[in-house]
Ligand binder design. Structure first.
Ligand SMILES: [Zn+2]
Ligand SMILES: [Zn+2]
Length: 301
């Protein structure tokens, strides 16, 4: 699993920082999460093959999370994209994009599909044979979802020495990887765990931005591998965080601690701060495994 941060600052684009967008690569699939202004340029700068993006997940309709979307959609059209593009986001997103396409008389030739979200409960919004994506209802000034990406459990690994010891023919290998026991010619049954190794444990990643401190998300992110949680403010702006329905670094760390996640990544920093190092320092007073997102940074798990 690889996460590339294209932008992780709040509010406005600046010379060297970008609003929210990130690409997550899982099992050879490329998903785009949020699409702030400048996302296309960041995709190019980070050499991401963006024709491979077929799903875009938009957390909410504040500009710093989706103002780049119409640009990306229209660039795909200019590049003669033919593959379908699926957009998952709050109800209303289709109306906004369609209005722009209609008034510019610039309909796409590729299939553009909107999956509008309005539930306040977690729901499965995407699933294939390797990955499942669920919403995480967040608590912000407008309707907002985080997204949980979970790898599906991989097949068991064949223990070649064991299958050869039992002289099992190759045509049974697929069944063994699928978890089946095997009956030998003499009537003996060999249990699957004697013929296989446990698969690599599936990874999980949650994107939670933007949100006020809210413990109701904990059940959805319990013991996951990696949590990206917004931390717009430092402790000194705790009251402002409450008022604007954002979180501080310490609040993000408290959620990580209570949810027992393995790794916390902080992002969505307010542009009022000259340096982001204090976010890590303050979060680490509560939770030990803290990484700082920054534009152009990649994380491999
Ligand atoms: Zn934001
Ligand atoms: Zn917002």
């Amino acid at each position: 699993m690889n996460i590339t941060i294209l932008g992780c600052y709040a509010a406005t684009p600046r010379t060297f920082t970008n609003p929210t967008s990130q690409v997550i690569e899982i099992r050879n699939r490329l998903f785009l999460i949020d699409c702030g202004e400048g996302t296309q340029v960041q995709l190019r700068k980070n050499k991401i093959k963006f024709s491979k993006i077929n799903q875009v997940f938009i957390s909410h309709l504040h500009g710093d999370h989706f103002f780049g979307l119409i640009g990306l959609i229209s660039t795909f059209a200019l590049l003669n994209r033919t593959t379908d593009l699926h957009i998952y986001g709050p109800k209303g997103i289709k109306e906004i994009i369609h209005l722009q396409l209609r008034l510019a008389n610039s309909w796409t030739k590729y299939g553009l599909f909107f999956h509008e979200l309005e539930s306040h409960e977690s729901e499965v919004i995407y699933e294939d044979d390797k990955v499942i994506v669920k919403t995480i209802p967040l608590n912000h000034r407008v309707y907002t979802n985080g997204f949980l990406f979970q790898e599906k459990i991989r097949k068991r690994k064949l223990n070649i020495d064991a299958v050869q010891n039992y002289e099992i023919e190759k045509c049974f290998y697929q069944n063994i990887k699928n978890g089946k026991d095997i009956s030998l010619g003499d009537g003996r049954v060999v249990e699957n765990h004697k013929l296989t190794f446990d698969p690599v444990p599936p990874l999980s990643y949650a994107f939670c931005s933007d949100t006020a401190y809210d413990e109701s998300i904990i059940p959805y992110i319990k013991e996951i591998d990696v949590l990206y949680h917004e931390s717009t403010f430092l402790d000194s702006e705790e009251a402002l965080a409450g008022k604007t329905m954002h979180s501080t670094a310490k609040e993000a760390a408290t959620i990580a601690l209570k949810a027992k996640v393995k790794q916390l990544i902080l992002g969505h920093y307010s542009t009022r701060y000259d340096s982001i190092s204090q976010f890590k320092e303050q979060a680490e007073t509560i939770f030990p495994n803290v990484l700082l997102a920054d534009d152009g940074k990649s994380f491999e798990f």
